[in-house]
Design a protein around this ligand. Structure first.
Ligand code: TYM
Length: 329
């Protein structure tokens, strides 16, 4: 009998993936795929909530899959697929729009509020409704656990609410998923502003280290990264948010714990510390990119096609049960 639990997660193909995406999300998937039925999606319909360049969008989709593979996701163990290839996602999103989601829920979503700022009235409806599509993604696969970075926690909480609301109204269909975040790494901050998260959509590339940055480019960004007052290398999120963030990245990529790093850099300045970090990041990127560059587009398309074939029956069965409960014949 199948006793493994299921994890589901995804990344938007909306620009350069960065070490925040890796450390906050993808790195934990790699660990978890050993013990869980694992389903990893490239959420292209989420990405079109903002305008994408049609000439580059296809490539961005394939690049996310290459990132998954280079990080260590194994397509033989895990299902890797593209959201738009399984139409049940948008169908269930519509059903949840009607049977559960309220305007007041979506009005509370901090990511939406941050994204649109003052211009809410002119924001696309898709951007507003985005968390409902995310709920559909998760609920279609009877997901037990959703491994994500901290910025997605609220969306998973909404998913739980929508699932419970539907189950109460129509009868038990959906499993209620839990969120899982890394202890460290769930919120990697921007290099140019340690009070804001590292983000693909940041206006300046100085904000993030892209997984495709050359080690030299990454080193430059690190040497220019904002620091705090004082000179000590100490982990203190309140007093020294910039150094705490850099220490966090250093620790996660090197496997050394923060206390040991503080000792290693005792009496040394920010310059030495940043040089050490640049080396660790550079080694990580060089190794990652060697793997990333070995995949051809054809291999990736085959993986997506195979993934959709495996994902589709699971999603369609859930959708069938949903429709049955609602009397949609
Ligand atoms: P996305 O594409 O913005 O980000 C992908 C993953 O990276 C995490 N992340 C971070 N973690 C740590 N520090 C950061 N600075 C950082 N920035 C991003 C995100 O939390 C995420 O886990 N809505 C999702 C995609 C999605 C999804 C889903 C996820 C759609 N459907 C279903 C899980 C389940 C998103 O936009 O992630």
């Amino acid at each position: 009998m199948e006793t493994k639990k299921t994890i589901f997660s995804g990344v938007q193909p909306s620009g350069s993936l960065h070490i925040g995406n890796y450390l906050g999300a993808i790195a934990q998937w790699v660990e978890m795929q050993k013990d869980y039925n694992s389903i990893f999606c490239v959420v292209d319909y989420h990405a079109i909530t903002v305008r994408q360049d049609p000439k580059r969008f296809g490539e961005q989709i394939l690049d996310v899959v290459k990132t998954y593979l280079a990080a260590g996701i194994d397509p033989k163990k895990s299902i890797i697929f593209q959201q738009s290839h399984v139409t049940a996602h948008t169908e269930l999103a519509w059903i949840l729009n009607c049977a559960g989601a309220r305007v007041a829920d979506l009005n509370k979503m901090t990511q939406f509020k941050e994204k649109v700022g003052e211009s809410k009235e002119s924001a696309g409806v898709g951007l507003f409704d985005y968390p409902v599509l995310m709920a559909a993604d998760i609920l279609l696969y009877n997901t037990d656990v959703v491994p994500v970075g901290e910025d997605q926690k609220q969306h998973v909480e909404l998913t739980r609410d929508l699932a419970k609301r539907f189950n109460n109204a129509y009868g038990e269909v959906f499993k209620i998923p839990d969120v899982k975040m890394q202890k460290e790494g769930a919120r990697i901050m921007g290099l140019d502003d340690p009070l804001k998260k590292m983000s693909k959509s940041a206006t300046s590339p100085a904000n993030y280290i892209a997984l495709t940055d050359t080690p030299e480019a990454a080193a430059k960004k690190i040497m220019r990264a904002v620091t705090d007052s004082g000179a000590e290398i100490k982990y203190d999120k309140e007093e020294k948010p910039a150094i705490a963030n850099l220490l966090n990245i250093y620790s996660l990529l090197s496997g050394k714990n923060v206390k040991d790093l503080e000792k290693e850099f005792k009496g040394k300045g920010y310059g030495d510390f940043k040089k050490g970090l640049a080396e660790v990041v550079g080694n990580f990127l060089a190794d990652f990119q060697k793997k990333y560059n070995q995949y051809g587009d054809k291999d990736i398309k085959d993986i997506l096609e195979h993934g959709a074939k495996r994902a589709r029956p699971i999603a369609e069965e859930t959708l069938r049960r949903v429709k049955e409960k609602m009397g949609i014949i």
